[in-house]
Design a protein around this ligand. Structure first.
Ligand code: SAM
Length: 176
């Protein structure tokens, strides 16, 4: 398993970075290519749970939060969905068991982000969706939302995604 680089970071993340990451998470969920009402969703690299509020607002049936970091998953635990300490590179789930997979600013942490994406797609049923954001190549204020419909067999990012560049600035505007 990869090293936990977020040990001890949960409080700071929840009170600081979340101000930027939460509105991007809301945009990511809003871009879903499939209806999320009633969906079973896996949120990998869930951190302190910024994707959970928009997912609940979309009417999902259930969320499972997965993260390498016990500390991040433990944050606000009493008000969070079930959490599983696990590596997105090797998820502890059988294939095709979720309707959607979410990875908000996680793939950019991986030495092999395509493998992480494919592993997330593995546990999503055909016709489901993989929703991801990562830091954009352009610098600190950009983000990239990647939305993939009809997963369950993706072999590369290029083969099964449509990439929609966003900026953190526009994300904040959308939130207001
Ligand atoms: C930038 S934070 C994003 C947290 C949350 N998704 C958000 O949008 O606020 C990255 C998260 O991914 C987790 N992470 C990093 N590498 C991971 C891996 N290989 N498997 C699972 N989680 C990982 C970190 O522990 C951290 O919680």
């Amino acid at each position: 398993m990869n090293a936990d680089r977020y040990a001890g970071a949960a409080a700071g993340w929840a009170s600081g970075a979340t101000l930027v990451y939460a509105p991007v998470a809301a945009l990511l969920v809003a871009r879903t290519p499939i209806p999320l009402a009633g969906a079973r969703v896996l949120d990998v690299g869930a951190g302190t749970g910024v994707c959970e509020a928009p997912l609940q607002a979309a009417g999902v049936a259930s969320v499972v939060a997965a993260d390498l970091s016990h500390d991040m998953l433990a944050w606000n635990r009493a008000n969070r969905p079930p959490g599983v300490v696990s590596d997105v590179m090797r998820l502890p789930f059988p294939g095709l068991v979720f309707d959607a997979g979410v990875a908000s600013f996680v793939l950019n942490h991986l030495t092999d982000p395509v493998w992480g994406f494919v592993e997330l797609a593995r546990v999503v049923r055909p016709g489901g969706a993989v929703l991801t954001t990562r830091n954009g190549a352009g610098g600190g204020d950009s983000a990239l939302v990647i939305v993939s419909g009809g997963s369950g067999g993706c072999e590369s990012l290029e083969g099964c995604t449509a990439a929609v560049p966003l900026s953190m600035a526009s994300a904040r505007c959308c939130r207001a």
